[in-house]
Design a protein around this ligand. Structure first.
Ligand code: DGL
Length: 280
């Protein structure tokens, strides 16, 4: 039997904190390690292989720290790397460990919200190009039509703390307009990037009042809770002490400052050096 260890939560940067916040609120009894690959964010514009290798490298670090269960709190990594990691890497490197993503839990329930069966998805270019949302929603709700819009500037706005700025207004208005121009019947909008909830105030400002906004934090937290109820063998290897350790591949001081604003409490992270970041 494995020694119980924290649940790993991974994102390219700060976005995963929107999911982590809800996971911890729902499941406060567990220990967690959050890893943000801030040095290499954004992942969205990168190609498939790069996102896969970066994600796998971070997952391996979380495994090295003992994690038996890792949540990719990142749509781009879930879209581009999760399946390969689950199907090809885990059987070889860690057959008893598990890696979960954020796209499936979201697509499983989206049909409960839409009445028009026209659903909009805002995401990074990587996620949009992967068609993951279109493919997964089709499996669960074949009648739903999915309209996607890439918002390439939104993650940089959040990572650079510009999400409350006038520049953010410009890009939010522009990309929402592009999405809504694809269908005037969209009544449900999925924020398919874990960074985007930080832009919620701006999004609401430019979104017609009848359109519901789905962000993933609560959805993923509920899904993880159900997963742990169904998989008692995994639940048994998740340590319970209510502790959180944060790691970032960028400056720890910068991470602490931003993460604290965001989580509403003091954060003390450690810098994690990834071999491939050195010299980049
Ligand atoms: N927060 C991420 C997502 O959910 C990644 C954004 C990025 O690094 O481009 O897609």
């Amino acid at each position: 039997m494995q020694t119980p260890a924290p649940i790993g939560v991974f994102d390219s940067g700060y976005g995963g904190l929107t999911v982590f916040r809800e996971i911890r609120a729902k499941l406060p009894q567990y220990d967690y390690i959050y890893l943000g690959d801030n040095a290499r964010a954004p992942y969205g514009p990168r190609d498939f292989d790069t996102i896969y290798h970066y994600t796998l490298e971070c997952v391996r670090h979380l495994f090295d720290m003992g994690c038996q269960l890792v949540v990719l709190a990142c749509n781009t990594a879930s879209a581009k790397a999760l399946r390969t990691i689950q199907q090809q890497d885990l059987p070889k490197i860690a057959p008893n460990r598990r890696v979960l993503g954020v796209i499936r839990p979201t697509t499983e329930i989206v049909g409960k919200f839409t009445k028009t069966n026209h659903v909009g998805v805002l995401a990074t270019r990587g996620t949009v190009v992967s068609q993951s949302y279109v493919i997964e929603i089709e499996k669960f709700f074949p009648k739903i039509k999915v309209f996607q819009q890439a918002c390439p500037m939104w993650v940089p706005l959040v990572e650079n703390n510009e999400h409350e700025s006038e520049g953010a207004d410009y890009f939010v208005k522009k990309n929402l307009g592009e999405l809504l121009a694809q269908s005037d019947q969209i009544d449900t909008l999925v924020l398919g990037c874990t960074h985007y909830p930080l832009l919620t105030n701006k999004i609401r400002q430019y979104l017609p009042a009848n359109v519901q906004l789905l962000s993933q934090g609560e959805i993923v937290a509920n899904s993880l809770s159900e997963y742990l109820h169904r998989h008692l063998e995994m639940e048994a290897v998740c340590s319970k002490g209510g502790k959180v350790n944060y790691f970032t591949t960028e400056s720890a001081a910068e991470f602490d400052r931003k993460a604290a604003i965001f989580l509403g409490e003091a954060v003390r992270s450690e810098h994690l050096t990834l071999v491939s970041v050195v010299g980049e």
